[in-house]
Design a protein around this ligand. Structure first.
Ligand code: G6P
Length: 474
């Protein structure tokens, strides 16, 4: 029986089956994996996650009880759930990524979507089943009085379901996304909105990345459930139970990141980029190709900057890394195409024989991203809305002189805003002006700002973030 459990849709490892049937396990990245590695050694941690692909399912089917032996990884024990593919698809793609993600990031094209009809009812039923599968597995695995940390919008119903089974447990839920204000959250059918809020309120502790998202959650509980909210003491009381609301920002482990970024594969990418761009200044962006990341407006801003500042032609290159994401969803495939179209237009308009104004890369390459961070003069992070945005924190850790152009709608703006050039993500002219300001920022100012960004970005590494939440449950 385990004393600390973590539940998330995406787990710390994934599998691939080769043509000859051999299974290979890969460790995933991300703050949660690295944060957990710190505590997994000391506590009896079990991680419960979903099989995401058919290859993951193959691995689960040969693992007794779904228990994956992660020899060599220090993220604790792992149980992967083989949720039927159709159920998983509806829960993950239709509800989590196409509905809850869209609501909390305010992404709908309101005159045309969403529609909540009979098809959605079926999808919602699958989301319940998927959350129920997690609750069941956690109830089976948790020792008496164990602490359970449920992660993110995929698993909003799990806390209440688990509490119903196991009232002895101490349960936390953490949202890695923003939270929508009540007038937007109530686009959801009333019963669904209520179930999501009550699902999270099944936890003893509900955590958010910034005060702003925590406030929005409390506003929704008050407006939609009529719950009693204490904004100063940060708690929500509903139907006789009180859930404490916590704000836990997440930063980066500066030393570990720096160590990784000094490895030879990164250095050779740096040399290759240098070959390509020469001594020109670099404006860098690194994102999943995600609707909320606002990549197209970022490109349009760069185009406006080039139009307004011919003196920079031939002297600057925009490196835009936009990695594939959620390609099961048509909106994401279309968005990737828009990004590519817009990049092509900039090329057509400005490229010369010896100058590529823009280098767009749409395939994932972690060491190349680290190389780009190290070389950045300007880092552009302009999401429409973002829970935190770790790129905004990783960049200043790795680049000794980068100026940060940062959207005021990113959670990171709460901590980094005073040292960044803060922009309205919809204002492309304002963003273009900020790119210029960042490029011409005097050397001593950019270094001073970068040092303050570094300090803010590394103040709460994943280990501390995780420990704070475990303490909140103690
Ligand atoms: C966000 C979510 C995470 C999610 C990640 C990647 O950061 O908060 O929970 O894992 O996006 O999305 P994906 O759908 O590929 O897991």
């Amino acid at each position: 029986m385990n004393s600390v459990l973590v539940a998330s849709n995406r787990g710390p490892v994934s599998f691939t089956v080769s043509d000859d049937g051999e299974l290979t396990m890969r460790r995933g990245g991300g703050g949660l994996v690295s944060g957990l590695s710190g505590v997994a050694k000391d506590e009896g941690v079990l991680w419960v996650c979903a099989a995401l692909s058919n290859d993951d399912r193959s691995a689960v089917r040969v693992a007794p009880g779904g228990r994956i032996d992660q020899a060599g990884y220090d993220t604790g024990a792992l149980r992967m759930l083989d949720i039927p593919q159709a159920t998983f698809h509806r829960a993950y793609n239709a509800v989590a990524n196409s509905t809850l993600w869209f609501v909390n990031h305010l992404l709908y094209d309101i005159p045309n979507e969403p529609y909540f009809g009979t098809r959605f009812e079926r999808e919602w039923e699958s989301y319940r089943d998927y959350n129920g599968a997690f609750a069941l597995a956690l109830a089976e695995e948790a020792g008496h009085g164990a602490r359970v940390m449920v992660q993110d919008y995929h698993l909003t119903l799990t806390p209440a379901m688990l509490r119903a089974e196991r009232p002895d447990l101490r349960i936390a839920h953490f949202s890695h996304t923003p939270w929508a204000p009540p007038e937007y959250f109530s686009l959801l059918p009333d019963e669904v909105a209520g179930e999501v809020l009550e699902g999270i309120l099944g936890a003893d502790h509900a955590g958010f990345l910034t005060g702003r998202w925590a406030e929005s959650f409390m506003d929704c509980c008050e407006a939609l459930l009529g719950a009693e909210v204490d904004r100063v003491g940060r708690s929500v009381t509903h139907e006789g139970r009180t859930t404490r609301i916590g704000v836990h920002s997440l930063g980066v482990d500066g030393d570990a990141l720096w160590e990784r970024a000094c490895e030879p594969d990164v250095e050779s990418h740096m040399a290759a980029i240098r070959d390509q761009v020469g001594e020109r200044r670099l404006i860098v962006r690194i994102d999943r190709t995600e609707l909320s990341k606002n990549i197209v407006r970022g490109l349009v801003a760069y185009r406006e900057f080039l139009a307004a500042h011919p003196e920079w032609h031939g002297r600057v290159v925009h490196l835009a890394f936009a990695y594939p994401s959620r390609h099961d969803l048509p909106q994401y495939r279309e968005y990737t195409a828009s990004v590519q179209r817009c990049a092509q237009e900039i090329e057509d308009e400005y490229a010369t024989e010896d100058w590529d104004p823009l280098i767009l890369n749409v395939n994932d390459d972690y060491p190349r991203s680290l190389a780009a961070y190290r070389m950045a003069d300007v880092l552009l992070v302009n999401p429409i809305r973002d829970g935190m945005n770790l790129v905004a924190k990783e960049g200043p850790v790795l680049s000794p002189r980068c100026a940060l152009v940062l959207s005021r709608e990113a959670g990171a703006a709460a901590e980094l805003g005073p040292h960044a050039l803060v922009v309205n993500p919809y204002d492309v002219s304002g963003t273009a002006a900020a790119l210029h300001e960042a490029l011409v920022m005097p050397e001593d100012e950019r270094r001073a700002r970068r040092d303050r960004l570094y300090a803010a970005a590394t103040a709460l590494p994943p280990q501390k973030w995780l420990a704070a939440q475990l303490d909140a449950l103690a």
